[in-house]
Design a protein around this ligand. Structure first.
Ligand SMILES: *[C@@H]1O[C@H](CO)[C@@H](O)[C@H](O)[C@H]1NC(C)=O
Ligand SMILES: *[C@@H]1O[C@H](CO)[C@@H](O)[C@H](O)[C@H]1NC(C)=O
Ligand SMILES: *[C@@H]1O[C@H](CO)[C@@H](O)[C@H](O)[C@H]1NC(C)=O
Ligand SMILES: *[C@@H]1O[C@H](CO)[C@@H](O)[C@H](O)[C@H]1NC(C)=O
Ligand SMILES: [Ca+2]
Ligand SMILES: [Ca+2]
Length: 954
């Protein structure tokens, strides 16, 4: 339902003061609150179940639940940032439905489009479940967010609440049942009403006969239509509400025609969302369900290694392996353990394949299998490798690239920068073997004999090649470290400290010498392990601590501020003694011959921020997240969310030019609900910039309020080109899929080159290579997409359309993520049939019970994919049936102290159900019949089944 001035169906981010919902307990509830409340509710259930199954105590967080409170209860503080990001991305997808699907009645259950609405939900739910099955949690979140919208709108836009229902409609998340008693197209459902009369505008016979209807809706002021006698949505923007029967029935806000039922509708919407999440949880299991929500034992981040495997690396690859294993080992089992690992080898002419695992041991084996060969000339496809990695990593990943060569594919630079911006990944380049440039002074040179050998191989990275890597590291908030083979392990150890779940960036900059520079940063109460990383060769760095004492790095007396200092290759790392307050690092101008340098100040703190550029959509009075670069030279809006504290607020947000001193300060407006802050800036810098947030922790754990400062590691860019595209629907392997797009520019035109790419070489994208652009007029094209027929449901295709204009126009891009669904005619969950049971009544002197269950998906089914045990603590054995591998025989044995067993059963396309058994009451018709025929007793039958299993006949 498109909505202006309504809360339940649409307004995400009103300016504070316009409605101000979410602060007052009496205010209307919107999709954002409903969705967040349901997510937090079911997350708590999943964490509790998981804690109990692991024998851990679980303490319920205090009400109302918050992201932070739930993360603490789940013992997942280290992944609070990825949890917050996951919740936000689900919510933003929900809200996007009001913008991109405003006029599609099925997405809002308007116009009695019940079948259409349900099929969107059911299809989306299958996609969510399939995506989780593929470990594609980002894809799962996106599909989930989209379908929470129609699910919630059902309770506001239909008469379910008016029919007196006090529970959600269970049929909206199933495909094999009726939805309810839907009004015939010709059946009148409402009478005209005005104001308070509208409480009773639904016809009595509709209520009495429990007939389901929903309001009609149209924005068309000239000739709105609706069938005779039907209810309208209602409200000023709904043009059908002035047609007979006038008035409306929506419950979007307290001010709506049926606003007196707003709370009931919103509560049912919350409960329905919870139930759908429960369904997803059952299908996935607790751990993957929580991973979908960004919650994991470790950091919730991915660790990605991109490794040169060409011949010249032969004598280095063992050192790379050792360094990589060291990185993995040092994090495994700690709060910093990544939630997934990716490995991308690159060679010449091949790049990849990409391998992904969530298991550190499996990852180490992948590393073990790497060997060096081939590669031809001295340049390698490092950017191709990096691009493959970037197009598959989740948000905020850490990427380490190891090579001894320059890039053979520098033309990919802009595509790589685009993906760095999108994923906000941090990329560290470890350049091995040629360190003629920029060594830190005072460090002995490695033995010359080896260097001579390397020179014979002709390898090495030219200054322009190193500069390319530095540009990328600057964009990605990373570092370029140049070391000899012997130093690799040490260097990896030092930068490994940066791959930390609670790492925050205080300042980061990269500079050419020739100018005095002064970097200021604030160390707050929560920030520990503050470190300065310097690469390149600034001659002098003068540090001033909060007390005003000044030391020169490397000179006597520096120990008063610096706890320790390490250098390796061109990298120097300084750990500062903790002193709360304003610090300054001054780098005096040095001769240009000293080369460029970079400085990065990091710390570890729970408090950090997330942000997106958003676009105000006046027609809906709401905002949508931009999937492109913001437009240069105009005003812009950011949505900033703080993580790791429920009581911190944002006070200042600036866009700070990466290479200079200028910054643009934004206007901060706190949002009523969701803890977000809208920031309006009058102009976006025309050069790369970072986002700097200053804030105040109002309740510093009972202590005094204090100020903090954070910066995005990633640099961002604006563009003079604007690009628009929308991907409608789901990609079905074998069917054509096309994405129309358009490019425009206000001032200037010319030939714009277009690059269309995907995240996997098997996903083939096509489209125009260029468009001719007139100033102020948009030019359109169509991108086509095809995937192999066996692409599984639950995969996501990431499509990037890049446009590069001549001169000032620059580069812009749009990223579209498209879910794959492979259709099959299986809409029912597997069923359970008890083959045998020796229950605790029959077996009164035995302390245990035994059960054998046949789980099958029927003749039309796709087969049983999973049998998970969601309740019970006995021993469960699963084996395929001897005559049919799609049927699973489950044998269970448990003590009579644990009389309950619940199995979640799922088929290959994500239909899920649960089967419950009880040690005292479950009986088996099939088993008894068999028993009577054969004269066997139950125990003998179970024994026979067990023997069969042991003999490996199953
Ligand atoms: C919380 O979730 C449970 C299912 O896990 C559901 O039964 C309950 O209704 C939910 N509560 C709300 C307020 O949604
Ligand atoms: C790595 O990925 C390739 C290509 O996807 C695949 O064929 C291979 O089996 C994977 N290797 C492992 C060990 O998973
Ligand atoms: C290292 O790279 C430089 C260029 O930066 C080149 O002149 C030199 O020969 C290379 N040295 C070795 C040992 O390969
Ligand atoms: C932002 O720019 C648009 C058009 O460029 C203008 O209509 C709008 O009023 C501006 N908003 C602010 C807050 O300056
Ligand atoms: Ca090589
Ligand atoms: Ca080569």
């Amino acid at each position: 339902m498109p909505a202006t001035g309504t809360a339940f169906c649409g307004i995400l981010l009103l300016q504070a003061g316009v409605l101000g919902f979410g602060i007052l307990p009496e205010s209307s509830q919107d999709h954002l609150e409903i969705t967040e409340r349901a997510i937090l509710n079911v997350t708590v259930q999943a964490c509790r179940a998981l804690a109990e199954s692991e024998g851990n105590q679980f303490t319920l967080p205090s009400q109302p639940f918050t992201v932070m409170g739930v993360a603490v209860a789940c013992r997942a503080q280290s992944s609070v940032r990825s949890f917050q990001r996951a919740v936000l991305s689900i919510i933003l997808r929900n809200v996007r439905v009001d913008i991109q699907r405003a006029l599609n009645s099925s997405f809002h259950f308007d116009d009695e489009s019940f079948a259409g609405g349900r099929s969107i939900i059911v299809q989306g739910l299958r996609t969510v479940i399939a995506s989780n099955g593929e470990g594609n949690f980002e894809g799962a979140r996106e599909s989930l967010g989209t379908i929470t919208h129609p699910l919630q709108d059902f309770y506001s836009h239909s008469n379910w609440v008016e029919l007196g229902k006090t529970f959600p409609n269970p049929n909206l998340i199933k495909s094999d049942t009726g939805i309810g008693n839907i009004a015939a197209p010709s059946r009148a459902t409402c009478r005209s009403c005005e104001g308070d009369d509208c409480r009773n505008n639904i016809l009595e016979d509709i209520i009495r006969e429990q007939i389901l209807t929903s309001g009609y809706f149209s924005l068309n002021p000239i000739s709105p239509t609706k069938p005779d006698g039907k209810c309208s949505h209602g409200g000023a923007i709904d043009q059908t509400s002035t047609l007979e029967p006038t008035g409306g029935i929506n419950k979007d806000t307290f001010a709506s025609d049926h606003g007196f039922l707003h709370t009931e509708a919103a509560n049912l919407a919350t409960e329905a969302t919870s139930q759908m999440l429960e369904n997803i949880r059952e299908a996935a299991g607790d751990v993957p369900f929580l991973q979908m929500l960004g919650i994991s034992r470790g950091s919730g981040k991915a660790l990605c290694l991109v490794i040169d495997t060409t011949q010249s690396m032969a004598d280095v690859i063992a050192a790379v392996r050792e360094a990589a294993s060291f990185l993995v080992d040092s994090q495994a089992g700690t709060d910093n353990e990544p939630s997934s690992y990716l490995l991308v080898p690159f060679n010449d002419p091949d790049v990849g394949p990409l391998n992904r695992t969530s298991d550190a041991g499996v990852f180490e084996n992948l590393l073990e299998d790497l060997s060096a060969s081939g590669g031809g000339d001295d340049l390698e496809l490092s950017l191709g490798g990096l691009r493959l990695a970037l197009s598959n990593v989740p948000q905020s990943s850490d990427i380490f690239l190891f090579t001894d060569a320059g890039a053979k594919d520098p033309q990919l630079k802009s595509s790589v920068i685009v993906l760095i911006e999108r994923t906000q990944s941090v990329v560290y380049f470890l350049l091995v073997g040629n360190t003629t440039e920029n060594r830190q002074p005072g460090r002995p040179r490695p033995i010359p004999a080896r260097r001579r050998r390397r020179r014979q191989q002709g390898n090495g990275i030219a200054p322009s090649g190193a500069q390319l890597y530095r540009d990328l590291a600057q964009a990605a908030g990373g570092l370029v470290i140049q070391v000899e083979r012997e130093e690799l392990l040490e260097a990896t150890g030092i930068i490994g400290q940066l791959s930390n779940s609670s790492l925050v960036t205080l300042v980061q900059a990269s500079r050419n010498p020739g100018r005095d520079e002064n970097f200021a940063f604030r160390v707050d109460e929560t920030t520990n392990n503050v470190r300065i990383f310097l690469t390149g060769n600034p001659e002098r760095v003068v540090l001033t601590d909060p007390a005003g004492s000044t030391v020169t790095v490397g000179e006597a007396g520096a120990e008063s501020s610096i706890a320790s200092s390490l250098s390796v290759g061109n990298l120097r790392s300084l750990e500062l003694k903790k002193k709360v307050g304003e610090w300054r690092a001054e780098v005096p101008s040095t001769p240009t011959s000293a080369g460029p340098y970079s400085l990065r100040v990091t710390g570890q703190s729970p408090i950090d921020f997330l942000f997106d550029f958003v676009e105000y959509v006046p027609s809906q009075n709401t905002f949508d997240v931009l999937e492109t670069r913001p437009l240069a030279g105009t005003n812009a809006t950011l949505l900033v969310t703080l993580t790791g504290s429920d009581t911190a607020t944002v006070t200042n947000v600036s866009l700070v030019e990466s290479a200079g001193l200028r910054e643009v300060e934004g206007l901060v407006e706190p949002q009523g609900s969701g803890g977000g802050f809208l920031v309006r800036v009058s102009r976006i810098p025309s050069v790369p910039f970072v986002v700097r947030v200053k804030g105040e922790e109002v309740n510093g754990g009972g202590g005094d309020p204090f100020l903090f400062q954070r910066q995005s590691p990633t640099s961002f860019r604006a563009s003079n080109l604007s690009i628009k595209a929308e991907a409608e629907g789901i990609l079905v392997p074998g069917s054509p899929f096309s994405v129309p797009f358009s490019v425009s520019a206000e001032g200037g035109g010319g030939n714009v080159s277009i690059r269309i790419t995907t995240n996997d070489p098997l996903y083939v994208a096509s489209g125009p290579e260029s468009l001719s652009l007139e100033p102020g007029v948009s030019a359109g094209g169509v991108a086509g997409l095809s995937v192999p027929l066996n692409t599984p449901s639950g995969a996501t295709v990431t499509l990037v359309i890049e446009a590069e204009g001549p001169g000032e126009l620059g580069i812009n891009y749009i990223v579209l993520r498209i879910s794959v669904f492979n259709p099959v005619a299986d809409f029912t969950a597997p069923v359970c049939e008890v083959l045998s049971i020796v229950n605790c009544l029959q077996n009164s002197n035995a302390a245990s019970w035994d059960l054998t269950v046949r789980v099958s998906d029927g003749a039309q089914g796709t087969g049983v994919e999973q049998v998970n045990f969601t309740r019970g603590d006995g021993t469960l054995l699963l084996a395929p049936a001897p005559d049919n591998p799609d049927v699973i025989l489950a044998t269970y044995n448990a003590s009579c102290d644990s009389p309950e067993l619940e199995l979640a059963v799922a088929d290959r396309v994500g239909n899920v159900d649960t089967c419950s058994f009880d040690a005292f009451t479950t009986n088996s018709g099939a088993a008894r019949a068999m028993l009577e025929r054969s004269g066997l007793n139950y125990a003998a039958l179970v024994l026979a089944l067990e023997v069969t299993r042991r003999l490996n006949l199953w």
